[in-house]
Design a protein around this ligand. Structure first.
Ligand SMILES: Cc1cc2nc3c(=O)[nH]c(=O)nc-3n(C[C@H](O)[C@H](O)[C@H](O)COP(=O)(O)OP(=O)(O)OC[C@H]3O[C@@H](n4cnc5c(N)ncnc54)[C@H](O)[C@@H]3O)c2cc1C
Length: 465
């Protein structure tokens, strides 16, 4: 049998079920392919930082695969609609029996994979999908009535129960493959429509760099103190592994295994820091689960239907001030400058800047979501959408609309000495720029707007029933 492994957001060789199976079954040869779709990425609004990191990761993956005897072919299809044609050509030319790939959850990705499966079937070849992005096959988790969970805590409980009952250790690299004689090509440095990206933080792409960062984090005090320090942007208290997890150059299963090796197999007995970090990995799974269970999420729709009626303000000046870090609220501006310079922002600050945009500025959360999509090196649809819908009070587990962060007190609490703010505001003295909004009155405006919208929606829907 000849097999092809089609890489997407799972650019690694370790703990990769689809790769393992492709190699095991490919007794007559295995090759790998990555199909770039830059025009679809532009339509989806994915920005240069994430694309640059993907390309750099691919170069490293090509080397890792070569050591296993697997040639990586780089193809460009421009859009998803051309992907079936590219795969058909490869299958035909190299007489491939099975194409293996990791599951993806977005509506466009699901439609693309259906079209590929149909096209391959006509050639007597099969598309085989397996989980490569999550620790567990999350879509199998259901509540007692057989529906998907909409709230994190019961999902987490069900996830942990399933994990304890069905856990499997992550797999290592597959053994050497029988190589398929194919022509490989160089991975480009950039695409048309994407400029080159420079960050003040050197994000070193690839599996090896990700695994060594994981090891450093787990063995360090940062992991032990994660429970207390993770909300402090002034402290290097989190793992910063999100870019590697987003492109899949390390697996979440490998992250969990690193904790298991240190603390033992019973996750319920782990110390607070480890337990807390594990919970963040489950949040990551939860947002993928939400995406897989509620396809409207990838159609730009809020999870809470009534919130589609919120009359968001329209102010390009306010949006621009927020994007550029010129709102006069120091913690917000520091976060936005960190994002611009590095492609990354601390989670607590992401929450603060997002809530400020949706509540104090009363601007549509989708504008913020799109800006993050353009700017983040760790951009990941599920986590980004989940984070934004949380902040906007439109999502599954959203912050109640009346509980609005005061960004100034958040800054004082989580950056008590102002270290984070000074670091990113640089030449601007803290407090030197007048705020573009009054925090008190805009808070009241947001609460009243949400309250009135909800009442009106409920009235309309009660009248209808
Ligand atoms: C508005 C908003 C937008 C976000 N957009 C993204 C995004 O595009 N990509 C992304 O990976 N994360 C996103 N997050 C989640 C979170 O901010 C980042 O995952 C985290 O800051 C990454 O830093 P870290 O690797 O040091 O995380 P750690 O604290 O070390 O956590 C370990 C890993 O767990 C996962 N994780 C942690 N927190 C969350 C969370 N709240 N939701 C989902 N997964 C989580 C990440 O994969 C992270 O790398 C967003 C959060 C908000 C509030």
């Amino acid at each position: 049998m000849k097999t092809l492994i089609w890489f997407r957001d799972d650019l690694r060789t370790q703990d990769h079920e689809a790769l393992q199976t492709a190699v095991t079954r490919g007794s007559e040869g295995t090759a790998a392919v990555f199909i770039a779709t830059p025009d679809t990425w532009i339509t989806h609004g994915v920005g240069t930082p994430r694309i640059s990191f993907t390309l750099a990761t691919l170069k490293s993956l090509q080397r890792d695969l070569a050591e296993l005897g697997i040639p990586l072919i780089f193809e460009s299809a421009s859009t998803y609609s051309n992907v079936p044609r590219i795969l058909e050509a490869l299958v035909r030319t190299h007489h491939i029996d099975e194409v293996h790939a990791g599951l993806e959850y977005g509506v466009d990705e699901v439609a693309r994979d259906r079209a590929v499966a149909k096209a391959l079937k006509q050639l007597n070849s099969t598309l085989v999908l397996s989980d490569t992005q999550t620790i567990l096959p999350v879509y199998e988790i259901k509540n007692k009535s057989g529906s998907p969970y909409k709230v994190f805590t019961p999902f987490r409980r069900a996830w942990e129960e399933k994990f304890m009952n069905t856990r499997q250790d992550p797999t290592n690299e597959p053994c050497k493959a029988t190589p398929l004689a194919v022509q490989t090509s160089d991975i480009p440095d950039a695409f048309v429509g994407y400029e080159t990206w420079t960050s003040t933080v050197p994000w070193q792409a690839g599996q090896e760099a990700g695994l060594s960062r994981l090891e450093d984090f787990i063995q360090s005090e940062r992991a032990d103190r994660y429970g207390t320090n993770r909300d402090r942007p002034d402290i290097d208290g989190t793992s910063s592994l999100s870019p590697w997890l987003a492109v899949g150059s390390i697996s979440p299963g490998r992250c969990l295994e690193a904790l298991t090796s240190k603390h033992g197999p019973d996750i319920t007995s782990w110390p607070e820091g480890a337990r807390c970090w594990q919970s963040e990995l489950v949040w990551r799974e939860f947002y993928r689960y939400v995406m897989a269970s509620f396809p409207d999420v990838s159609r730009n729709r809020p999870m809470q239907e009534w919130t589609s009626d919120i009359p968001w303000r329209n102010s390009s000046e306010d949006l621009e001030a927020w994007e550029e870090g010129r709102t006069g609220i120091d913690i917000v501006d520091a976060g936005m400058i960190q994002l611009k310079k590095t492609g990354w922002m601390h989670n607590r600050v992401r929450m603060i800047v997002a809530m400020f945009l949706c509540k104090n500025l009363l601007l549509d959360w989708r504008l913020g979501e799109a800006h993050f999509r353009r700017s983040l090196v760790d951009y990941d649809f599920a986590s980004n959408n989940g984070g934004w819908q949380w902040a906007a009070s439109t999502g599954t587990d959203a912050a109640p609309y009346f509980r609005i962060f005061n960004p100034v007190t958040q800054g004082e609490r989580f950056d008590p000495d102002g270290t984070y703010r000074s670091r990113w505001l640089e030449e601007r003295a803290p407090g030197s720029l007048a705020p573009i909004v009054d925090l008190k009155s805009t808070r009241v405006r947001a609460i009243e707007t949400f309250k009135a919208t909800q009442a009106e929606w409920q009235g309309r829907n009660t009248a209808r029933t």
